[in-house]
Write a protein that binds this ligand. Structure first.
Ligand SMILES: *[C@@H]1O[C@H](CO)[C@@H](O)[C@H](O)[C@H]1NC(C)=O
Ligand SMILES: *[C@@H]1O[C@H](CO)[C@@H](O)[C@H](O)[C@H]1NC(C)=O
Ligand SMILES: *[C@@H]1O[C@H](CO)[C@@H](O)[C@H](O)[C@H]1NC(C)=O
Length: 458
């Protein structure tokens, strides 16, 4: 008798416990979507070790060369898992999520832990704040009172990024938020879209959550600034950024997360203003252009045109999931967009799932979705992308983001983040310390060149 190997049995659908087999889902059935999402989440967490002895809670292995992932990607992962939790109701990872997000809040409760100064961008800090904001909006379990609170963490980051020392003092790009927090890091002179878009996004959500016009004004001022600098073109293309002194050397690369971060923030402003026409136009124009650029016809499967024809780096490899998730929230706070967004996300997700046939269980996903075939690579970003895609399809049918006056319980703090970012201080160098100092310098250079490094390689 012929003995069939496991893959052959799996292909024949004969493998009883289904331990081996491609990811399967019926996108018309919410229960089926939840089941597939649970599998993708489980596979995602195989890349996380922060809950094991000897590892740091909250972060994925890294930063390079110690592992593949930068600090901010941990923040992004918890946000993805919070969306997963809210949209599916699966609370099994709550302890892990809370431990992670509180540990990385750092001693000053502002997501600026000194361990990661060498590669600390305003966007990196903001990615953690975005996850704290999401926890606030979905009514995620509040930490004990002596611990940092979700809303206050988001405020802390926003307040710090409002301060002058993060910003350009004068000239054409006056008030622009710098990419990097510290002047010693490469990229301190890059005024990029993502840093400013994250700030805009957090501001629009704080405005809606607290019903506080101060945040709305700062968000609006940010939109006006990046619009005036030409980072949003008259065709609604969203460019990556430009350098000091005058921000005229536009880097016209288009990445989906820049546009999606602006879209989601604009949708919150639209909601906060009870449907102001100016925000409606911005939302609608961004949606239309994003679908054209990042979900190309006829397949409408997510694609990163500025890198995917060649090689996307590990940062870029995570953008598709964010884009799906933030378009998902857009459908909640600007419900009229569902008609346009949902069919596209569904087509894209179908493409995403089709290539999840890799890894040791036969259902890990790759990064390239359009070919319909697994690309041979696995990773946390790849899993996060498909998880984000799946759960976003459920977004229209779950409760919309809460506000303080409408179900939200997270406590804010208008003084959060007053402990302002200072340059990391190192002990005076004595001759015996020279080797150590050299390592610190090397780490700073390595970190600043590598985290989001592609952004400054122009
Ligand atoms: C900072 O690094 C130390 C030493 O590895 C570690 O114990 C600690 O948990 C880290 N803190 C954060 C916030 O990552
Ligand atoms: C704001 O969001 C809520 C919650 O989803 C929604 O019911 C309402 O219609 C939104 N407002 C506008 C102007 O679309
Ligand atoms: C609105 O937010 C700002 C910034 O946190 C704060 O200073 C102000 O007190 C808040 N206003 C109200 C009415 O809470």
């Amino acid at each position: 008798m012929v003995r069939l190997s496991a893959p052959v049995l799996a292909a024949l659908g004969l493998f009883a416990n289904k331990a081996f087999g491609a990811l399967e889902v019926n996108l018309d059935d919410p229960e089926s979507i939840k089941k597939a999402a649970a599998q993708v989440a489980e596979d995602l967490l195989t890349f996380y070790h922060g809950d094991e002895p000897g590892w740091v809670p909250g972060i994925l292995p890294g930063p390079p060369p110690d592992g593949d992932y930068y600090w901010w990607q941990g923040g992004a992962m918890w946000g993805t898992l919070l969306d997963y939790r809210h949209n599916t109701g699966d609370t099994q990872y709550d302890d892990m999520i809370t431990t992670a997000m509180l540990h990385q809040a750092g001693d000053d409760r502002d997501y600026l832990p000194s361990n990661w100064s060498a590669s600390m961008g305003n966007d990196d800090q903001a990615f953690w704040a975005l996850s704290a904001m999401l926890a606030t909006e979905i009514g995620y379990t509040d930490p004990p009172e002596d611990q940092p609170q979700w809303a206050a963490l988001a405020q802390a980051v926003f307040h710090e990024q409002t301060s002058e020392d993060r910003r350009v003092p004068s000239g054409r790009c006056k008030w622009g938020l710098r990419w990097q927090v510290y002047s010693t890091n490469n990229g301190y002179d890059y005024i990029n879209t993502i840093a400013n878009a994250c700030y805009f996004n957090i501001g629009s959500r704080l405005a809606r959550y607290f019903h506080n016009e101060t945040y709305a004004e700062l968000a609006t001022k940010t939109w006006d600034l990046i619009d005036r600098l030409g980072y949003i073109s008259d065709k609604w293309d969203v460019y990556d950024g430009a350098h000091l002194p005058d921000c005229t050397d536009l880097n016209k690369a288009q990445f989906s997360y820049n546009a999606a971060m602006l879209l989601q923030g604009a949708a919150f402003m639209y909601n906060y203003t009870d449907g102001a026409q100016i925000w409606k136009d911005r939302v609608d124009n961004l949606v239309d252009r994003m679908i054209e650029i990042f979900f190309p016809a006829p397949a409408r499967i997510a694609f990163e045109p500025s890198c995917e024809y060649q090689q996307c780096n590990s940062d870029m490899e995570s953008f598709k999931g964010f884009t799906h998730r933030w378009m998902g929230t857009t459908m909640q706070v600007a419900p009229h967009t569902k008609e346009k967004i949902l069919p596209v996300l569904k087509q894209s997700t179908a493409g995403a799932v089709k290539q999840c046939t890799g890894g040791n269980n036969g259902r890990f996903c790759g990064f390239h979705w359009t070919s319909g075939v697994w690309d041979g690579d696995t990773g946390a970003s790849q899993q996060m992308n498909v998880l984000g895609a799946l759960v976003s399809l459920l977004a229209p049918d779950v409760p919309a983001p809460l506000t303080k006056d409408n179900g939200g319980t997270s406590k804010g703090n208008v003084n959060a983040g007053s402990n302002e970012a200072k340059l990391p201080t190192f002990a005076p160098i004595t001759s015996g310390d020279k080797v150590g100092a050299g390592i610190v310098t090397a780490l700073i250079i390595a970190g600043s060149l590598s985290a989001f490094a592609w952004m400054s390689l122009d």
